[in-house]
Design a protein around this ligand. Structure first.
Ligand SMILES: NC(=O)c1ccc[n+]([C@@H]2O[C@H](COP(=O)([O-])OP(=O)(O)OC[C@H]3O[C@@H](n4cnc5c(N)ncnc54)[C@H](OP(=O)(O)O)[C@@H]3O)[C@@H](O)[C@H]2O)c1
Length: 419
């Protein structure tokens, strides 16, 4: 098959945009030309000559010789305008903007269909890990029982530095920003929104369920305090921000982003720093594990490069699982075992628990260990002074225990870095 030549209009020349520019120059086999780069600020010092740049998006969108728009800007609203206009003009689009894609998933599906133009976004989820295309192409819905992962590089970097070097939260966050791992607005990372947007993409491609971002229960790492850190250290655990979607016995899906205690026998335990890791639990292959860098210029650019390469073969997502007959329902009844901490009397919240294993009330910090449903957890975290860390998801029945949890030590597929 003859590969298509790509004439690229690039939006954004920051961390990832410049990374892509360099990566493309080191990949001569791919027949691509960057015809124009649209940026925001006039007069900013750039590492390449000024004639490559424009501040006018229509220099790209109205140029009929440009057949691919690569959108790598840090403004989700402006990105949606650019991407929709490009698709309406029949141009293929590659984007790394999970916020924009998650907030407009259905509209973008419709635009792709109406204008017969593809939108690819492997870099939007776990940067260098090829997870979207794997979920889209490899796994049938029936095969997948859970997708669980560390999907935010900067939170993982911050938590790793806290655990391995005893760093203070604010210093670890400043380091993550200095390394280029954090979003321009770091609260998108630490508050869990970035992971939520990525989970939305994972759920659409894994289970065919399109959600609104606000449907996903999300708790970031910014409430974690000393009691949880001490509990983790005493037990030999780490805390990781985990995004998970799990299939229930009735085929409904439960999903959430939440800080979780991770023990050394979990694959995620050794996923540190800016690495991301995704575990798929499947009916027959049991557990598979993907790991790779989840942020940074080159790792993210490598996923954009892979999408560009796919476009040279006219690849597009077919969203097969969205078109399967049986609609997938979401479910908030799943029981979770948690550690609840707060600086006040936590007996106020006992009614929300289905069972309580342990409680402790102290002047310097109280805690409760117990199980409750996802819907009760949603009510609980409306109180901003409490913090919650997930211990585990209660197993529904014996069959699930065997299928989902017992396979960890068996057949594993490790992509990327050896850990
Ligand atoms: N950094 C990572 O590790 C990483 C990983 C995965 C995904 N992503 C995603 O990749 C995208 C880019 O992130 P980044 O880290 O490269 O951002 P960045 O370093 O802040 O760069 C942003 C770039 O966008 C340009 N820009 C902003 N608004 C624009 C507009 N309206 N029109 C044209 N250009 C505009 C800026 O122009 P000026 O140069 O003129 O200011 C700048 O060049 C984001 O969606 C992010 O979520 C980043």
């Amino acid at each position: 098959m003859k590969r298509k030549e790509l004439n690229i209009g690039l939006f954004g020349f920051g961390c990832v945009g410049y990374g892509l520019f360099e990566v493309l120059h080191k990949t001569p086999g791919l027949k691509t030309t960057i015809k124009k780069i649209c940026v925001k600020q006039a007069g900013k010092a750039r590492p390449i000559p000024a004639e490559n740049f424009t501040l006018n998006k229509y220099d790209i969108l109205d140029d009929p010789s440009i057949n691919v728009v690569v959108e790598l800007i840090d403004d989700a609203d402006a990105a949606f305008e650019i991407v929709s206009e490009a698709l309406k003009k029949g141009k293929a689009v590659v984007s790394a903007n999970k916020k924009m894609i998650a907030e407009h998933f259905n509209e973008l599906l419709e635009l792709q269909r109406l204008y017969n133009a593809p939108l690819l976004y492997e870099a939007a989820c776990c940067a260098s890990i090829p997870i979207i295309r794997n979920l889209e192409e490899y796994y049938d819905t029936d095969l997948l029982t859970s997708v669980e992962g560390i999907v935010n590089g900067s939170c993982n970097y911050i938590l790793s530095r806290i655990f391995s070097d005893n760093l203070d939260y604010t210093i670890a966050l400043a380091e993550a920003q200095a390394q280029g791992y954090a979003e321009s607005d770091p609260s998108l990372d630490t508050g869990g929104s970035d992971a939520k947007y990525k989970l939305l993409l994972l759920i659409a491609h894994a289970f065919g369920l399109v959600l609104n971002p606000e449907d996903i229960f999300t708790l970031g790492i910014d409430r974690i305090g000393n009691t949880e850190l001490q509990y983790a250290r005493e037990k030999g655990y780490k805390i990781k921000l985990v995004a998970q979607a799990i299939k229930n016995a009735d085929n409904s899906i439960s999903f959430f982003v939440i800080p979780k205690f991770v023990s050394p026998d979990s694959r995620l335990y050794a996923v540190d720093d800016a690495f991301n890791g995704v575990i798929t639990h499947t009916s027959f292959a049991e557990t598979q594990f993907f790991v790779g860098k989840g942020a940074g210029a080159y790792p993210t650019a490598s996923a954009v490069l892979s999408d560009l390469s796919a476009l040279t073969y006219d690849y597009r997502y077919e969203y097969k699982k969205l078109h399967q007959v049986d609609a997938v329902a979401s479910n908030e009844d799943r029981l979770l075992s948690i550690l609840l901490t707060g600086s006040h009397d936590l007996s106020l919240y006992f009614d929300l628990f289905k069972s309580i294993e342990e409680t402790c009330t102290r002047r310097d910090g109280s805690y409760v260990i117990g199980t409750l449903t996802l819907s009760s957890l949603k009510l609980l975290i409306k109180e901003p002074t409490v913090s919650v860390v997930l211990r585990n998801i209660e197993v529904e029945d014996k069959a699930e225990a065997t299928a989902v949890f017992a396979g960890v030590e068996l057949l594993d597929t490790v992509l990327g870095q050896e850990i």
